[in-house]
Design a protein around this ligand. Sequence first.
Ligand SMILES: NC(=O)c1ccc[n+]([C@@H]2O[C@H](COP(=O)([O-])OP(=O)(O)OC[C@H]3O[C@@H](n4cnc5c(N)ncnc54)[C@H](OP(=O)(O)O)[C@@H]3O)[C@@H](O)[C@H]2O)c1
Length: 237
Amino acid sequence: MTAIGAALALTALRRGTRAQGAEGRDVEPIAVLGSGHLGSVLGKRWGKVGHPILYGSRTPADARVQALVKDSGPQASALTLEGAAGKANVLVFALPWKAVPDLVPTLGDLSGKIIIDPMNALQMVDHYPLPELQTSVGEHLQALVPKAHVVKAFNTIAAPTMSNPQRLGGPITIGLAGEDAAAKARVAALVAQLDVEPVDTGPLIASRYLEGMMLLSFGYYLHTKKAFEFYLRPVPA
Ligand SMILES: NC(=O)c1ccc[n+]([C@@H]2O[C@H](COP(=O)([O-])OP(=O)(O)OC[C@H]3O[C@@H](n4cnc5c(N)ncnc54)[C@H](OP(=O)(O)O)[C@@H]3O)[C@@H](O)[C@H]2O)c1
């Protein structure tokens, strides 16, 4: 990133708003809550694009988290979960779903924010993964944060693939679902910056099927020790 791009991104970080970064891309602070497998990959890759990454962690000062910060672009930092959530308009919940209902009330005012939801919730029945919820994580999360815009994304792709999607040698779909068209469009733009293809699958109820797709791929892996990623091939008009 150029010095000008870095300065613009720093301004965006201070304001929590978007700016133009290197190569004319929109950059904006992204709060990645959770510094585990998926959160660290997304933070590193968006950091390389030029977005200021704010990791929200239970242990922001830990050497492991600080090493991740160093790997996530010149403007990355690690804060408490509440601190990171307060400094960005786009949040990624790279968290175990079971932690979220207790966590949400501690995150401050989330009104108007975009919450990217990559989470899955499953139970094993007869050695096969099934949904833990009758509806979906996406819908449950939206009910917890009614004034925010939840957008399902990234729940079907494995973190190692997300780290280097081009390794598979062909396109990979990231299915989106959500109620707010503008929020989905912003998330689609962020997804497309990572060399994967966003597909808007519809309203948040479609999360049920996106979460089911992840169960299918996990079940396939358990039974074959092989893996696939999803690509939804468009039918020409
Ligand atoms: N791994 C994948 O390939 C993958 C792919 C698609 C979707 N997903 C979904 O993405 C989510 C994260 O998966 P992951 O594999 O990244 O999990 P993970 O490696 O276990 O990381 C989750 C992170 O969440 C934070 N965390 C854990 N318990 C917490 C609690 N009680 N309160 C607050 N924060 C807590 C931790 O970050 P700190 O230590 O920094 O606090 C932890 O590193 C899951 O819902 C998963 O279903 C994962």
